[in-house]
Design a protein around this ligand. Sequence first.
Ligand SMILES: *Cc1c(COP(=O)(O)O)cnc(C)c1O
Length: 512
Amino acid sequence: MPAALDPLPGASTSATTATTATTAPERDAAECGRVGEALLALSPALDAFVRFDTPDRTVRERDVWLPRLDVALPDAGAGLDTVLDELALAIDQGCRVSHPGFSGFITTGATTSAVASATAAAVAGGQRYLLHAFNTLETVGLRWLAEACGVPAGWEGVFSGGGSIANLLALGAARQWTFEQRGVDVAQSGLPAGVRTRVYTSTEAHRTIHRSGAVLGLGRDAVREIPTDSRQRIDVRALDAALTEDAAEGVVPLAVVGIAGTTNTGAIDPLDDVVEVARRHGAWVHVDGAYGLLAAADPDVRPLMSAVADADSAIVDPHKWLATGVGVAATYVRHDGVLTRAFAEGDAAYLEGSFSLDLSGVASQFDSMGTPWADMGVELSAPPRGVHVWAVLREIGLDGLRARIARDNGYAREVTRLATEHPRLEALTLPDLSVACFRYRPQRGVGDGLDALTGRLLQRLRRETRFAPSSTVVGGALAIRPCYINPRTTLDDVRGLVDAVVGLGDDETARA
Ligand SMILES: *Cc1c(COP(=O)(O)O)cnc(C)c1O
């Protein structure tokens, strides 16, 4: 529990200095200072959380914490000290995706420099617009990230809240550009009637590609899924054939989406070939690198990703492998101005005229919006995000990032090796990146029940061990699927998961 704070001299939530114009108290009920003190009060709970030395009690202890947090909307505010007490409780029962044993989905929590940058941004980075240090760090973060990922320096970039929006922006740019080639400004006049368009991507594509199709007025059905090879990579011949077939029917190819690290298995599409085929058909090439593109920082992986430089757009999620904490994605587009033509908010009385008309230079941070990020995406008010990318890369450098990528990819290979060598385990993929897929396979009684057994093992892992991978389906088989991006995970955690699967699997088959 945080220590109670001394009230500021003269502060009182019941101050009721009436003026002639209003009967409201002059002093706001919210504490506006004492930031450091408040953070200090939370620090024991924060430090205890990231030690992860207690098991997950969140569901078991729901009757303890839920009634304290889920209360009726109060008329009388409880004050900052109560909020801090209750925040400490929420932290204690918080979201444990940063736990070293958690390897589910593709997510992890912020490391400490990103916690610090989030705090700094919350206090002093009120908006990403206007001319101040956080506006500058937006540019620096985009530049550093592009360099780490092999995205060419001249591309325009913009941060958004996640890969979902980042993909939407890239495909929105593709839609704008594709129709501009045909003399139509879609952002202004909408999709022309009677034109069929399609987006091409593999069956392994993230569903946010389909959702982008829905939002952009193309429809989910406009996403044509191309089969993959035995290693979950897009079948380039099938892609070529699909584009040829559709062209004969007058379908306009809006984009071909290559995946730099699929969400299911971490497969990297053959991006060189994808670019070559798409170019032949005159289609925009988008690289969905939400998860994997940061792996281009590792010289061993870079050649598999270098074709991103020949694409038209790419996205990457620093909130995945860079562990900045959620809410940080970047979209990059090769062609100047397309994002703005697709997404500009438009002139508005509440903006135009608010800035300096003195063209000789700016003198106040309020003289200019700075880089107009708001016109390159779908958010006006938005928190600065470059600061988190900057903070983590400033802290660990490219060397630290390369080491993280190499270590995590090595973890996936280690799981695969152990599963291949163990008589009762089976590896279901050969990892390109840091996702491994495997299952327990008893020697006797192998039959249709394998998926059900895998499902039981996944449940028992979550409930009885400190390991929480997630699952996916590979070639029709339910797989245990750890994805290693968590900077806290060690080789012990990696081997521990495999041992736990063997132990629980043996126990299940002994009972059967
Ligand atoms: C995670 C992911 C997304 C979606 O990103 P969010 O940040 O979760 O919105 C899109 N594409 C791929 C390949 C992903 O792995």
